[in-house]
Structure formats: C-alpha cells, structure tokens
Design a protein around this ligand. Structure first.
Ligand SMILES: Nc1ncnc2c1ncn2[C@@H]1O[C@H](COP(=O)(O)OP(=O)(O)OP(=O)(O)O)[C@@H](O)[C@H]1O
Ligand SMILES: [Mg+2]
Length: 311
C-alpha cells in the first residue's frame, strides 16, 4: 500500500460536468499534493464552484474521476475536510458557538472538543464577545468568520474555500490570509478559489487558471510569470536594442553624462541573467538592470485572453 505521503490530497482526471446546454467543466485534470496551498483562479462562470462541489460530492461529474485523499468523494470524507461554500448560509437563530459546534458534530467531533476549539477560533477571529450572539445579530463579515471557524473547527487535512475573501474588509482579508498560512503550516492542504489575483500571489504554492471550464495553466507562480516575456529597465550609455534576446528597447529618460534609462522587452524564454552576462563579457556600458516582475493579473490576461478572462 502506498504511504500517506504519496497520496495526492486532491486529484481530478478528465472531469467534465454538463448542465443541459452548458459544459460548466470541460475535461479538467489537475493534482494538488498534500500540504500545498493551491489557488483555483478564473473569472465569473469559469467553473470553479462546480468543480469544488464535485469534490465534495454535492454534485456528480458527467464523466471523469475524482480522488480526495486517495478516496472517492463522499460523506465519509467529512471528518478530514473543511469547506467554506460560496453561498454563505447559517441558521440565523443559532448562536455563533452553537453553529460551530453543530458543524463540528457533523464532521464527527465530540461536542466538548468542538466547543473548546470553536471558542479558541472565535477568540482568534476577534469574536470572543460574540460567542453567544445569534447569527442574525452579526454583521455579514462577522457571520462569514463564524462560517470560516465552522469550516476549520475539525482541523481539516483538506480545506476547500470558495471565494473566501469576498465580503471581508481589508483587516479581515489579512486575518483570513493568516489563517490559511496557519492551516498550511500545520500541514493542511488548502484549495481556494478567487478572482482576486493578489491573494493568490501572496499565498499559493501552485495555481490553476480556469476559463470556460477548461484548464489554461497549472503550475507555480514563477512558472506562471515565466509565461510572459520578461521586461527590464536598464540604465545604459548605449541603446540595448541589439543585445541578445531583446525584441524592443524604448528610451524612457535621458540622465546625466549620457546615461539613459531604457525599457526593454525580452523575447519569450530570454532572461535577464543571460543579457547581463553578455553585457559584462562585451563591456557594454550598463549601470543598472531591473527586472519588472509581471503581476499575476497580467499573466492571467496573457494566458487566458482579455475576453475569456471574464468568463
Ligand atoms: N446548477 C446549475 N444549473 C445550470 N447551470 C449551472 C449550474 N451551476 C453552474 N452552472 C453554470 O456552469 C457554469 C460555471 O458556473 P460556476 O458557478 O462553476 O462558475 P464559477 O467559476 O464558480 O463563477 P463565479 O466566479 O461567478 O462564482 C456557468 O455557466 C453556470 O451558469
Ligand atoms: Mg463560484
């Protein structure tokens, strides 16, 4: 038997989901290793929620197979999974702590353990004074934090968060980022969907771009960035247009003593290191070379296309 370390936390193989005329998920395959923080990125209607619902066995794939910690999706996985659904929904008359205990019990926890963990979570989330408030007395963001506490109360091995940042103010977005890092540090695998690239940029080990149900990219942040041609800013005394790997050079500013600032676009695959090496070897007059790292937003638009990035 394979050891636990060799089992992927999550694996989808050629998964498709059709709703009448809509192919919501189209032949999707990807793997999330244990302990990874994985970003599931795509615009509205890309198929993120549909995919997560299939992982949780809320809906069944039309075709393909899914493995969750080495097992098929199903209720028996509940004790090791945490899930924050996109549609937040809690019993409005129940208190915050009872809500968390209720979810803990559904995942097979003893009531006492769930209460102890729930109170600790409320304290960490700045809601210690609201443990006995009913959900309908809490603000939207506060209720969302209670739902997050319910998702993590069992210290899940696999934490699935569908648009967890939406509806949270900047302070609580940071709190949620910290909570995701904390879960990851404790060994959990975290998969979260978002269309806000900055969160993914700060948190993900690996990510997947989805558009119209199809995978457009899967890999690390650096691999994603590497798909865009590098852009450099150089301070030189000579035009860098003829240097190897340079496809265009635009003069930005004239400086002192003939030093000028240039923006340089590199050919796909060319990199700043090779260019620097060549400058040194050839005695090219260079004073500064800065690589402009592309943001994930630009990478997403580049890989998915501006029109499809929205769908
Ligand atoms: N129950 C359903 N019945 C019919 N069509 C559905 C159903 N659920 C989702 N769809 C369709 O499947 C596609 C993917 O929807 P999904 O909710 O998975 O997207 P998403 O990536 O989560 O988008 P968002 O960022 O807006 O939450 C959409 O075209 C949607 O209309
Ligand atoms: Mg969704």
């Amino acid at each position: 038997m394979a050891s636990t370390n060799n089992i992927a936390a999550l694996q989808l193989e050629s998964v498709s989901k059709r709703f009448d005329q809509t192919l919501a998920v189209d032949d999707l395959s990807f793997t999330v290793g244990e302990g990874e923080t994985f970003g599931f990125l795509g615009g509205n209607g890309a198929g993120k929620t549909t995919s997560l619902r299939m992982v949780l066995d809320i809906i069944r794939p039309t075709s393909g197979s899914i493995s969750v910690l080495g097992r098929p999706p199903g209720r028996e996985n509940a004790p090791v999974i945490g899930f924050l659904p996109e549609e937040r929904g809690l019993y409005r008359q129940m208190t915050a702590i009872d809500t968390i205990v209720y979810f803990g019990r559904l995942k097979g926890m003893k009531a006492g353990d769930a209460r102890r963990e729930g109170l600790a979570l409320l304290d960490r989330f700045g809601l210690a004074g609201n443990a006995k408030s009913s959900i309908d007395k809490l603000s939207k963001g506060m209720a969302q934090k209670v739902q997050l506490a319910a998702a993590v109360v069992n210290r899940p091995r696999l934490l699935l968060l569908d648009e967890p940042f939406s509806g949270l103010d900047p302070v609580n977005q940071t709190l949620l980022e910290d909570e995701i890092r904390r879960a990851a540090t404790e060994g959990a695998t975290v998969v979260f969907s978002t269309h806000v690239m900055q969160h993914a940029e700060r948190l993900c080990d690996r990510l997947l771009f989805l558009a119209k149900g199809r995978k457009r990219f899967e890999g690390t942040l650096d691999e994603a960035r590497g798909s865009l041609p590098a852009r450099l800013t150089l301070l030189s005394r000579q035009s860098p247009a003829a240097l190897p790997g340079v496809i265009s050079a635009t003069r930005l500013n004239g400086g002192q003593d003939g030093w000028e600032e240039w923006e340089v676009r590199m050919a796909p695959g060319a990199n700043a290191g090779d260019l620097l090496e060549r400058c040194i070897a050839d005695g090219f007059p260079l004073r500064r070379c800065e690589e402009q790292r592309p943001g994930l937003h630009d990478v997403f638009i580049h890989l998915v296309g501006p029109a499809e990035a929205r769908s």
